[in-house]
Ligand binder design. Structure first.
Ligand SMILES: *[C@@H]1O[C@H](CO)[C@@H](O)[C@H](O)[C@H]1NC(C)=O
Ligand SMILES: *[C@@H]1O[C@H](CO)[C@@H](O)[C@H](O)[C@H]1NC(C)=O
Length: 307
């Protein structure tokens, strides 16, 4: 009698566990599911507020665990010089990132946030990080393999601070040395800039051949990269920062666009839209260049989730 009651109890327990597991099973959390299935499942669960939050990137000074969970914030950045403390150690960086991440993971859907930093010549915001030359100096080396190794070293030093996303490389083609950010450009020659997109493969790792053209980050020693600023940032009128790039479509496509092809082929994870204008239209408002060209023609997208 005792033993059959025990059996009954354990069966009941198992039943409850199965029900619990089934209730908690979410396709989007299952790495065995195809990516498109996971994305569709997750999008189907998200409220409008969650979608808005996920589209938002806030500065670290505002990124408390509470703000992350309250507004479902998708990502956080360190602006230039924005550090957890003066001369913060790598450990201090990592615990700050972990603290913010706790807020994100505590939300209903538990979507982790991604933290990005302007690691543009080494992890240059972090105290005692290795500082490499700015892009103008790297372009002068004409040595894409050296630049790739700099990307590898930078990825390691970014990951050492708990961060997995670098806002690099800047693939601006500086056409007017009066531009105050000319040093962020590898060259005035689009071919040299194209050749230096090896930095992306250094930061992210080499995408396997079946990944070519699809965003790729190769494991825990690599970071997501960012080709910026799309497009024409180095061609503004009289070199005025964030101003108007006055050039016909052929000029834009043959001078400022080519390095984006190389970046996408290398599997760059993100592209940052420029703060500048093209022929008087703000780049963020340019449907043709962002949607028709970058997304639909160059096929810059994580995957085709519209099954
Ligand atoms: C973000 O932090 C800055 C600096 O402390 C502060 O001035 C600003 O009000 C904060 N913004 C929000 C929305 O909390
Ligand atoms: C370009 O700079 C000029 C001079 O500062 C300014 O008047 C103009 O609005 C700027 N144009 C754009 C598109 O930013």
């Amino acid at each position: 009698m005792g033993s059959s009651r025990n059996k009954f109890t354990s069966l009941l327990l198992m039943f409850c566990l199965v029900v619990l597991v089934r209730a908690e099973y979410a396709k989007y959390k299952d790495p065995k599911q195809p990516l498109a299935v996971r994305i569709n499942d997750l999008l189907g669960r998200m409220t409008l507020a969650e979608k808005i939050g996920q589209m938002t990137q806030i500065e670290r000074v505002n990124a408390t665990a509470e703000a992350m969970s309250k507004y479902f914030i998708g990502s956080v950045l360190s602006g230039g010089g924005s550090v957890p403390a003066p001369q913060a150690s790598a450990e201090a960086w990592a615990s700050m990132v972990n603290e913010i991440q706790k807020g994100s993971l505590s939300t209903r859907l538990g979507i982790p946030m991604i933290y990005g930093i302007d690691a543009v010549h080494g992890n240059n915001n972090a105290y005692r990080a290795t500082i490499f030359p700015h892009n103008i100096g790297l372009g002068a080396t004409r040595d894409p393999m050296l630049v790739k190794r700099i990307g590898e070293a930078t990825a390691l030093e970014v990951r050492a601070t708990g961060i997995s996303y670098a806002f690099a490389p800047c693939i601006a083609v500086c056409r007017d040395p009066r531009w105050g950010r000319c040093y962020e450009s590898y060259s005035e020659d689009p071919k040299v800039v194209q050749s230096m997109t090896t930095l992306i493969s250094g930061l992210q790792g080499d995408a396997p051949s079946d990944y070519t053209g699809r965003p790729y980050v190769g494991g825990s020693k690599k970071v997501a990269a960012c080709a910026k600023h799309y497009v024409g940032d180095g061609g503004t009128y009289m070199g005025i920062n964030a101003n108007n790039t006055i050039i016909d479509t052929h000029g834009l496509m043959s001078i400022h666009m080519p390095a984006y092809y190389n970046s996408i082929i290398r599997g760059v994870s993100t592209v940052m839209v420029s703060y500048s204008s093209w022929n008087g239209e703000k780049m963020h408002a340019n449907h043709f260049l962002i949607t028709d060209f970058l997304k639909n023609k160059l096929k810059f997208r994580f995957c085709d989730y519209r099954l």
